[in-house]
Design a protein around this ligand. Structure first.
Ligand code: FES
Ligand code: FES
Length: 91
């Protein structure tokens, strides 16, 4: 598995709490998106920590292809056109 799975071709809006750490799933396999549930163990991916500086809504990347992980940077828009949503890993 060299490419992460597209968990969702759009971001996840999450209310984060100031001072809390969040572990974003980089592999796309977690059943608890957008967060890591340990499913990456069979892959080369590791989760990315996000520390909330303030309490607010943030948009975590669901396509796992953002250049600004763990947050969405709009890269998913180009995927939707070509992949049609939930493409299998490596497609
Ligand atoms: Fe995806 Fe941990 S389950 S990084
Ligand atoms: Fe991945 Fe937006 S959901 S870049």
């Amino acid at each position: 598995m060299s490419e992460p799975r597209i968990a969702q071709a759009s971001p996840y809006a999450v209310e984060v709490e100031q001072g809390k750490n969040y572990w974003w799933c980089a592999c796309g396999l977690s059943a608890n998106q957008p967060f890591c549930d340990g499913s990456h163990k069979s892959t080369s991916f590791t989760p990315v920590r996000y520390t909330a500086e303030t309490s607010k809504t943030v948009y975590f990347c669901g396509c796992k292809r953002s250049s600004g992980v763990p947050l969405c940077d709009g890269t998913h828009r180009s995927l939707q056109a070509s992949a049609g949503g939930d493409a299998p890993a490596g497609a």
